[in-house]
Design a protein around this ligand. Structure first.
Ligand code: URA
Length: 233
């Protein structure tokens, strides 16, 4: 369940203020009845919502971009920590799941969807999907470290593929990797004798973090964003 104004805003009918105006102007119906309140609770999977007489169509597959805050874990349920699913409780009990995981202290772009096939494709190493991270470091990075990160690195249980490194400041880099092993970025930095003090995912394949989302906020993907995900080869 979610508020009508939030649902309309997420579905692309304008800002919260704009959709409130639509509701006030009696342009929105819920199950055939004029909606009177922007905070009316909607079951987005059951209720029929029309805007200016046009049915709001819920795609069968739902795609959400979240700006994950630190302190929450990428799981559906946990007895000890808040999970990303707690942050959008309207999806509790549905088939939505996070596509890949970010560590509890990692922030940034997280894709959540209910299309298992697509998720599998995006996560499979065969498809070489880029993930770009903003990485803040405990020590200033030097040319030798950049060189090592840009080559294959032996991490003990696997050899990571070369990363693309852009040095933003001596203690901040943007790092693009295609694999998604457990703690991979942290382990790669450790392997070159540095340490990650802050990590944020900026891009996942064709998706870029919408910086207008504050931490813990989410929105549906636009059509062009979902089309770009399906176009990943
Ligand atoms: N690499 C890490 O070390 N942690 C993350 O959360 C993501 C990539």
């Amino acid at each position: 369940m979610m508020r009508l104004d939030k649902l309309l805003a997420h579905a692309g009918y304008g800002t919260r203020k704009e959709v409130k105006a639509l509701i006030k102007a009696k342009q929105v119906t819920v199950n055939g009845i004029n909606a009177l309140k922007d905070k009316q609770q909607i079951d987005e999977f059951q209720d029929e919502v029309c805007v200016c007489g046009e049915k709001l169509v819920y795609a069968q597959n739902h795609f959400i971009m979240m700006n994950k805050p630190a302190g929450v874990i990428c799981a559906n349920r946990d007895d000890y920590h808040e999970t990303i699913m707690d942050l959008f409780d309207c999806f509790i009990g549905t088939d939505m799941f996070p596509v890949g995981r970010l560590d509890i202290d990692t922030e940034g772009l997280l894709l959540i969807c209910n299309d298992g096939k697509l998720a599998h494709r995006l996560l499979s190493p065969k498809h070489h999907v880029d993930k770009c991270y903003e990485v803040h470091l405990a020590k200033e990075i030097d040319a030798a470290q950049v060189q090592k990160l840009s080559s294959e690195l032996d991490l003990g249980d696997f050899i990571s593929k070369p990363a693309q490194i852009e040095v933003i400041t001596p203690t901040c880099i943007h790092m693009v990797i295609q694999e998604g092993k457990f703690h991979q970025v942290k382990r790669m930095l450790q392997a070159v004798d540095n340490e990650v003090v802050y990590l944020k995912r900026l891009r996942f394949g064709p998706l870029s973090l919408d910086e207008s989302l504050s931490q813990g906020e989410w929105r549906y993907l636009t059509k062009s964003e979902t089309d770009a995900l399906y176009a990943v080869k």
